[in-house]
Design a protein around this ligand. Structure first.
Ligand code: FE2
Length: 318
């Protein structure tokens, strides 16, 4: 990997993202892909876990059981509440999601199950993502996350006590890999102060506009956040709820970031980004993890994701 220059680091601070082509080797990418293949082959999906992963506001609303009156009111407000990239919705799924922070769990695309919970297409083609603790419990992903080049990059970025808060393997399946609507990662991973969350997004296949690469609004990380996803009070009908709303961004504000297999995109916690539905015939696998600068930072107790006694957030530098 080429050394990261000061100009690139300045560019990251200016744009809120940075593309580093060739950060990982083909062999490293293939080792992750083959590891995930083995995990899928051993996957057992209990019927009650056969839940779907959606980012569409309609399903979110339905899942929250707002009811017609609530829905109409909500629509009148004209809000663009957008469902969580990192969350999932469906009957009985709340606990499966909410307790997945220290586990390796499977989440599925919409429309891949019939009403009885049987797969309509092969299950390995149905998975949306695997999360949220591959970095802690799988040796290959643990090694990649804590690799010396990632640690060196962290140091160059000035991170003093970075900890890994979550990881995800994202499939973006051909034809059905769902849209991820515009969002800021800090909506879901809130800290005091802001500006302490950093995403590492590794392309395990070439990501192009055809197979739904990431899109960003350059410089959008400097305006704070407009929306938070917080744990709902106990007894509520849903496990999380949103505070605030997402502005209606103009498509012309976004630029695509195609990237080759092995490339890394650094993502500032407050930069606005999205990806489209993958309507192509090619998948777009990626491994992503998020780091928090823990020095002088408070992790919000209202975040869906919480460190547990079994898995406190591990230091990046170990
Ligand atoms: Fe994101």
């Amino acid at each position: 990997m080429a050394s990261v220059s000061q100009d690139q680091i300045q560019k990251f601070h200016r744009d809120g993202f940075l593309v580093l082509e060739g950060f990982f080797s083909t062999e490293e990418c293939d080792s992750m892909r083959s590891q995930i293949q083995g995990i899928i082959e051993g996957m057992e999906v209990p019927p009650h876990c056969r839940t779907e992963f959606s980012t569409r506001e309609e399903e979110q609303l339905q899942a929250q059981v707002l009811g017609k009156a609530g829905l109409e009111h909500w629509k009148e407000e004209g809000r663009r509440q957008i469902a969580a990239q990192e969350s999932l919705w469906g009957n009985g799924s709340s606990d499966y999601f909410l307790t997945s922070g220290d586990k390796i769990r499977f989440f599925f695309e919409k429309g891949v199950l019939d009403k009885k919970g049987n797969f309509l297409i092969p299950k390995e083609k149905s998975i949306s993502k695997i999360g949220h603790a591959l970095h802690a419990y799988d040796p290959v992903f643990k090694q990649i996350t804590h690799s010396s080049k990632v640690q060196e990059l962290g140091r160059k970025l000035g991170l003093e006590r970075p900890v890994v808060v979550q990881s995800m393997y994202i499939f973006k399946q051909p034809g059905i890999g769902g849209e991820v609507t515009p969002h800021q990662d800090a909506t879901f991973l809130h800290t005091e102060p802001l500006g302490r969350i950093l995403g590492f997004w590794i392309a395990l296949e070439d990501a192009t506009q055809e197979n739904a690469c990431l899109w960003f609004i350059p410089g959008s990380h400097t305006n704070g956040i407009t929306r938070r996803m917080v744990r709902a009070p106990s007894g509520a009908s849903t496990c999380v709820e949103f505070v605030g709303s997402e502005p209606a961004y103009d498509d012309s504000q976004f630029i695509p970031l195609p990237i080759k297999k092995g490339g890394l995109i650094l993502i500032h916690g407050e930069v606005v980004h999205k990806s489209e539905l993958n309507s192509s015939e090619s998948s777009r696998h990626a491994f992503t993890f998020h780091v928090m600068e823990a020095k002088g930072t408070t992790w919000s107790k209202e975040n869906w994701l919480q460190p547990t006694p079994e898995l406190p957030f591990p230091s990046l530098y170990t």
